[in-house]
Design a protein around this ligand. Structure first.
Ligand code: IVH
Length: 680
């Protein structure tokens, strides 16, 4: 392809990708499938690789991140980032309104908006391109987090329409509930501290050094205030409507109000309405709409006189503590959970509250049967905020943290400086084993998708698997006809039994997992604090498990991003004789315990065969499939001809390819058939 042709295609792809990105992340609409989007992005990245000088700062490829920022630069704000004064009652709103009326002595209009509970950000656009993103910092200077902010899909990298040459727009970066819950589940699975609420998670994510990790975490951003010199707008409302047309994510939940009653109505609507939102708000913001009036009112030292925040009080309810249950997680961490007498709180019935750890029980000074106050604030799970001492029963005893594991009886241990208690019996404590197996088979680990939580439980309860390695000893006879009765959430008992198709699927995907590359296997082992990224770093530094097992603390902490905590966790994992036995078994079963370069030949099962790979696969990514083809002596080719041996088709294969393959009589094979070809 000539450079001119490449440039034209890069521009076209940029336009298309930006269009679909905006539709999806700002307008929540779709016109193409995820697969089609990925194909366009892949094509763009391919062209940019070939012609690096065609890469622009606002290229959609920048969204995937990759830039590492060791220290964020501190930069002075062009306009200081003030905060708002808070109010908690209607009378304070009336005072605010009266103050403004008196000062302006003319009719005034307000805009009521949601007060998003996240991290404030200031975005600078020059000639329609995002050039800088600064955090609030101390209000006069903030941190330059541009590389991380560029990965947020709802923030436009370039604008459309008739935008001012230079301006700033401010908003709030936040975690939608769905991504927050996903993040915390992942962190819990990796033995990492979970975030207390979406706001903390957003703040932590924005300051990550690795922008590729930020890209994976799916932050979002609402914009709520525009500033600049000689902006062509008379009102705040108008400026935001224009900003929406340039591509910004602007809320539809704004209301223009002309008196205090209308403001109260808005406050009341959102008092309960906020629990239906897919993100947290902690109040509403009331702003004078007219820019000239805003200017006339000016600022105090800390905040604008033309705006005020109305903060919702966290909803509280009184109830009784029935008992404290102790749950054991995959990593052996023991979490106390309070069972409560059911109570209605913010529209839902609360029966349980998280207690997090032993320190919290102590801080609350919790006694059995205590009357407690539960609060639903920004967090998703309610928490106990206090105990009503006057209502404590005279004979009540303090809630004590258990000393032995409730599942296996082993004495619990606690590392100095950590708040969690652990059951150290990682090799035979049932929830730890089941949890490890579930983590091992999960999509991001070995991706043995024919097994799930229920089936793992079934295999474990039937005594067929006790450790990860046992999965690779399973056979048809053991699995076929295996039965288990389940009690569903509705109390009904259902039966599950393995039929031939299920059995075959399970065995095929276990077999396929033997080709999962070493870094993912290392992650799948479930070593505490070794998440996906850490596993990749470790595999780069120690390209085989034998080298990793030989590494001492010094060698481990010499690796980028590996600190004391991770190093010690790796050392203690390999200090266990059980771990050595496990690795030995996995080696014997032929799993990938070292980095395999694509030139390394695993077999010649595919020798002389050429493949066109198309579509989306369930066990592997397209790149992984291509690598496997080469590892087994096959060849990847770009387009179908009569000489092509096979078209390897995943989901959503394009109709044109299908037609061509059929016309030329090229066999079309599925992922399962392909796995069978290489399972020799
Ligand atoms: S306007 C001059 N509008 O609340 C102040 N702020 O304490 C301009 N916030 O730092 C801020 N939602 O991070 C404004 N709709 C909204 C907001 C909002 C959330 C945050 C913002 C600010 C803090 C004020």
């Amino acid at each position: 392809m000539t450079k001119e042709a490449a440039e034209a295609r890069v521009n076209e792809l940029t336009r298309l990708l930006n269009h679909h990105n905006h539709l999806y992340y700002v307008q929540a609409r779709t016109q193409i499938s995820d697969y089609e989007f990925d194909m366009l992005l892949e094509e763009l990245i391919g062209l940019e690789k070939h012609f690096p000088d065609l890469v622009k700062d606002d290229s959609p490829s920048q969204r995937v991140g990759g830039e590492i920022t060791k220290n964020f630069r501190t930069i002075a704000h062009r306009y200081s980032m003030l905060s708002l004064s808070n109010s908690y009652s209607e009378s304070e709103i009336v005072d605010f309104h009266n103050r403004i009326q008196k000062s302006l002595n003319e009719a005034v209009e307000y805009v009521c908006e949601l007060k998003y509970d996240g991290v404030a950000i200031s975005l600078r656009y020059e000639s329609g391109k995002l050039v800088q993103a600064l955090t609030r910092g101390d209000g006069t200077q903030g941190d330059d987090v541009t590389a991380n902010v560029k990965t947020i899909r709802s923030i436009p990298l370039s604008l459309k329409g008739n935008f001012p040459e230079s301006f700033e727009i401010r908003g709030e970066i936040f975690y939608p509930h769905a991504s927050f819950e996903k993040l915390n589940i992942e962190r819990e699975n990796e033995g990492q501290q979970t975030f207390a609420n979406p706001r903390n998670a957003a703040a932590g994510t924005l300051k990550l050094q690795d922008s590729a990790e930020v890209a994976r975490r799916r932050l979002d951003c609402w914009l709520y205030y525009m500033m600049g010199e000689n902006l062509p707008f008379a009102t705040h409302y108008e400026s935001l409507q224009a900003a929406r047309s340039w591509g910004f994510k602007i809320s539809n939940n704004m209301a223009v109000c002309s008196n205090a009653e209308e403001i109260f109505e808005y406050i009341n609507d959102w008092k309960t309405g906020r629990y239906q939102l897919p993100f947290d708000i902690d109040g509403i913001v009331i702003k004078v709409n007219n820019f000239r009036q805003q200017q006339d009112l000016g600022f105090t030292a800390k905040s604008p006189r033309w705006a005020i925040a109305y903060k919702y009080k966290a909803e509280e309810a009184k109830t009784r503590l029935i008992s404290v249950a102790f749950q054991v997680g995959r990593t052996g961490a023991v979490t106390p959970v309070a069972n409560l007498e059911p109570v209605l709180l913010a529209g839902t019935t609360v029966k349980r509250a998280s207690l997090h750890n032993a320190d919290i029980i102590q801080q609350l000074d919790l006694y059995e049967g205590d009357t407690v106050v539960v609060e639903k604030g920004g967090e998703i799970i309610p928490k106990i905020t206090s105990v009503i001492l006057e209502e404590r029963l005279p004979e009540a005893l303090p809630v004590s943290f258990i000393e032995n594991c409730p599942e296996c009886g082993t004495a619990l241990v606690r590392t100095e400086g950590e708040s969690a208690w652990y059951c150290p019996n990682s090799s035979s404590c049932p929830p730890q084993i089941k949890g490890k197996l579930e983590h091992f088979i999960s999509r991001k680990a070995m991706n043995i998708d024919s097994l799930g939580e229920g089936k793992i439980e079934m295999l474990y309860d039937n005594g067929l698997i006790h450790s990860i390695a046992d999965l690779y000893d399973l056979n048809q006879t053991q699995l076929f006809g295996l039965k288990k009765a389940f009690e569903g959430e509705d109390g009904k008992v259902r039966k599950m039994s393995f039929r031939e198709k299920t059995t075959n699927n399970i065995l095929t995907s276990i077999e396929a997992s033997k080709t999962v590359p070493y870094p993912r296997l290392l992650f799948a082992l479930g070593i505490r604090f070794v998440g996906e990224t850490v596993a990749k770093k470790l595999a780069e530094a120690f390209p085989s498990i034998d080298l990793l097992m030989m590494a001492d603390k010094e060698a481990l902490i010499a690796v980028d991003e590996i600190g004391d905590r991770i190093a010690e966790s790796v050392l203690s994992f390999f200090a266990e004789p059980e771990s050595h036995k496990l690795i030995e078994k996995l080696k014997n079963h032929g799993l990938q315990l070292e980095v395999i370069k694509s030139e390394t030949q695993l077999s010649n099962a595919l020798e002389g065969k050429s493949f066109v790979v198309s579509g989306v696969f369930s066990q592997f990514s397209r790149d992984e499939i291509k690598e496997i083809i080469e590892q087994h002596g096959g060849k990847n080719i770009g387009s179908i001809s009569s000489k092509t041996s096979y078209v390897l088709a995943g989901e959503n294969m394009g109709p044109a390819k299908l037609e061509k393959a059929t016309k030329l009589g090229v066999p079309i094979i599925s992922e399962t058939e392909f796995i069978q070809m290489i399972s020799i």
